[in-house]
Design a protein around this ligand. Structure first.
Ligand code: HEC
Length: 278
């Protein structure tokens, strides 16, 4: 009746998803190859315009020395902090001073720190991912979709809850109760009646303080819905107890059905009719 909601994520992969994944992979590969090609072309162009001369032994030794010196310089790498903040040494300050000046005060044109740029581009990438996820491919559910899904799930849960007979009975109320002549129901009703009602209505419901429940006269209605309601909420100002707190809906339903099964049993010593004939 109800579909299993917790299906595994693999079930939801469609051929469209596979095609999309393949397209993404292909474009990444194409991008990578084009970058490689670009490097090769650049190198080629550079060599064509300004070819590296074949070096003599002396020149080679010279170049070796230069390279070593350069490497030694590069080894003195700036710290991660300096990199993140894109801090420039004071020695470079002269290059950073901007053109305008007022009252002897000038401004440095420091580059935007790397951490900030990383955050900035990060939000753009996140935004694109978000857009694709929620609005293009609909992998993720929007708020409205989630709301609808939750409502649907609640409705399904309710249905399956009520599908079990036990729970359906406990959900019984004065609006949905239907008359039952089921032997088990009447037996349960009889047992409940015997322990609670005789002090006021008599052993056979012939009436004592409370009215005779076996005749056709009713103060508060003789239909199953009325009787259920009277027992559930009582008529406290007239001495009829409200049984809502001390009995389950199921029990009240059983007892109401039992009371109506007593119609026309004509027990001995009946109390005089009260209320209207129905
Ligand atoms: C403390 C005494 C008392 C007990 C216990 C009691 N009743 Fe009543 N009941 C009354 C009285 C008094 C009335 C009449 C109320 C009125 O005058 O409106 C009444 C009315 C009713 C009516 C409405 C009758 C009509 O004419 O509409 C029903 C049905 C009923 N009782 C069922 C029960 C059931 C079932 C039980 C046991 C679970 C029970 N009562 C226990 C005192 C009691």
């Amino acid at each position: 009746m109800k579909e299993v909601i917790n299906s595994s994520w693999t079930d939801s992969i469609t051929s469209v998803d596979i095609v999309i994944a393949m397209m993404v992979t292909t474009s990444v590969i194409v991008l990578w190859v084009s970058l490689l090609l670009l490097r090769v072309i650049r190198f080629y162009v550079k060599e064509t315009i300004n070819p590296t001369p074949f070096a003599s032994a002396d020149e080679k030794a010279q170049r070796q020395l230069e390279e070593e010196a350069l490497q030694a310089l590069q080894k003195k790498k700036p710290s991660i902090w300096t990199k993140l903040m894109q801090l420039k040494p004071i020695s470079e300050e002269a290059d950073l001073v901007m053109d305008h000046k007022f009252d002897g005060i000038s401004e440095l044109n420091n580059p935007t720190p790397a951490w900030f740029m990383a955050l900035f581009y990060g939000t753009i990438i996140f935004g694109i991912g978000y857009l694709l996820n929620y609005h293009v491919f609909h992998y993720g559910k929007s708020q409205e979709e989630e709301y609808v899904t939750e409502l649907q799930k609640a409705a399904d849960d309710k249905l399956s809850f009520l599908a079990s007979p036990e729970n359906a009975a406990s959900a019984v109320n004065e609006n949905n109760i239907v008359l039952s002549k089921d032997a088990a129901v009447l037996k349960s009703g009889q047992a409940l009646f015997a322990t609670r009602c005789p002090p006021c209505h008599g052993d056979h419901a012939q009436g004592l303080v409370g009215p005779n429940l076996t005749d056709e006269y009713w103060l508060h209605g003789g239909k199953i819905k009325d009787v259920f309601k009277t027992i559930k909420y009582g008529v406290t100002e007239k001495g009829m107890i409200s049984w809502e707190k001390s009995m389950s809906a199921q029990q009240i339903s059983d007892i109401a059905n039992y009371v109506l099964s007593l119609q026309g049993t004509n027990p001995a010593g009946p109390k005089a009719p009260q209320g209207n004939k129905e």
